[in-house]
Design a protein around this ligand. Sequence first.
Ligand code: GLN
Ligand code: ZN
Length: 754
Amino acid sequence: MKTSIIGFPRVGELRELKFATEKYFRKEITEEDLLAIGKELRVKHWQLLDDQGIDFIPSGDFSFFDTTLDTAVLLNIVPKKYQELQLSSLETYFALARGYQGESGDVTALAMKKWFNTNYHYMVPEIDDNTKIQLVGEKLFTEFKEAKEAGIVTRPTILGPFTLLKLATYHGAKKAEDFYEAVITAYGQIFDRFAALDCEWLQIDEPALVLDLSPVQVQQFSTLYQKLLRKKGNLKILLQTYFGDVRDGYQEIVKLPFDGIGLDFVEGRKTGTLLEEHGFPKDKVLFAGIVNGKNIWKNNYQETLRVVEKLQSLGEVVLNTSCSLLHVPYTLANETELTEDVTSYFSFATEKLTELNELKKILSNKEESYELLATNDALFKQGRFSRNEQVAKKVHALTEQDFVRFPSLEKRAAIQKDKLKLPILPTTTIGSFPQTKEVKQNRAKFKKGEITESDYTAFNQGKIAECVAFQEEIGLDVLVHGEFERNDMVEYFGESLDGYLFTEKAWVQSYGTRCVKPPIIWGDVARAKPITVAYSTYAQTLTDKPMKGMLTGPVTILNWSFPREDISLRESTLQLALAIQEEVLDLEASGIEIIQIDEAALREKLPLRQTDWHREYLDWAIPAFRLVHSKVQPTTQIHTHMCYSEFADIIQDIENMDADVISFEASRSNLEILDALKAINFQTQVGPGVYDIHSPRVPAVAEIETTIDRILKKIPIEKVWVNPDCGLKTRGVPETQASLKNLVIAAKKVRGGI
Ligand code: GLN
Ligand code: ZN
């Protein structure tokens, strides 16, 4: 029995890649320096995998920003405007990823979207009628050769043509199918190149196979691969799927002449049944995804063995992770503060390698393995999660009324209009202001005990005062305090909630150089003490304008934490909702009139198949949000914020959250959402982001005016807010100030012109 992984966290044990890349962005290191650091990390990771005894080691899973973007670039899917910048290949790459503003021109970045049901984000390839898909890059081959030089034969991995073309956006008349011939040629050349390099296996990722597929789409997939696989020669091709089961077209797909097929036995609820009902071809290797690539809990060996033992009769089985380990932190080794009785339940990427290895030993009946099994067994036999009876009772006592706010949205809008007296097209921001070095240092020093609590608070109050003064100076209408006390929008709340555990170095890549450190839900959740009231009320004393209270919503807290596996996600979310409800009521009682409850990650755990959306998720997630604000006064204005634009398909559910105002990302996706809002006659007031904060580029006044005008063509003016598309914490001060100034000027100009 062999072991395999789909991909490894490339950002490095201590986020080395992130820091190096950011240094490169700030021009503190050269392109050569960055390339060298990238290589060093790759070699380190290959060696680690080799040392841990992994048989199939991937290459090509490394990326300076995103592997979907890497694949697009490899295949010449680079819109003309980026090519015309005439930059070096690395600079062009980063222009696609982050936009570019400089001597060579001014371009925005490609759109960025959530990667399936994860908190990772990919860059959306853009294809137009002139796009000439062809193999032009070297990255994949270079990395394979590098590994070989380091003495390690890898299995290169690449995003497959079906998923790539499905995720791309098309400007023009051509559709995905019109590029099938081109991708067949290009991937065929990739096969040839690897064959010439004596490569044995190539892994092709086709996660799109776990989505709802129509018979026509299954047919397209089959035709595409029948043609492509004719070109594979002696190269063995692994079709790798993850994040679910291949329910649609299973029988047809497994018959295709792949040499191996990777299936997900963790998130793929039906994978086992599909195999039982339809079998699995004996001539193919089954890469069984049995070690969870998304959660951080130890694998239950007994359960896994039960699954694997059943599979063994089907032919050759390779033990695999359920998805790339990109979605879990690098190693437990650097967690020094958590005690053994806790960490013994955890398994991060490196420990998952050990798990694969141990499972392999157990399955080969090695004597030493009995103890491994016994130790693992013992862990799962003892109860580990702390229960809080009161919380459990509260959740069970909830009735329908707890989820409904009175009066109706329309009546509240009138009441709030009277009270708040905001201008038309009110301007605001999403909450955070730049987290400068000083801001981070202040928190770090306090954490290390180098400064007193009063010094720490005084510094933050100073920043708040500065931030409020700036917002008043430029004329924003609804102010924020700036979130200087927050490291992260989830961790900050988790720290004041019972039932949470925190890590020190357990970072996970979210996009590009951005990483998050999800806290871990360990027990029943309850609010230990007021969380945001002191800073919000302090900020309100500095201004006569409304100061927005700023909270993270229960669904987002859940989705950006590592959840428990012993109780349902629904139950955990309701516990969180009750805790945040207490905070909302405290803010209201302290005179805060507008409260934003961010649900940045609402869509994150939306099942990939539409048929499961309501039953499995939205039917409890949306009520959980309503529970948080159902008890506030009609005069209190509830805002929410979402970080992505893709909610046309759940637009009614978003309306059912019953918030008074919602802001969301729109600029990167070209305001596509407006049509959906218009189509259902969306009643909630909306602030579609008027500029992209994920890029350092400063939008001109005229550009923002145009955006507002476009919004006003679709949405009645009395419902429109003007704001950036997300929080500003990752941005620098100069561009933030310049952008916000332009935003206010643009809003005023549009108001003046009406
Ligand atoms: N209020 C948060 C901020 O401004 C929202 C962040 C987010 O949407 N991810 O940073
Ligand atoms: Zn956001």
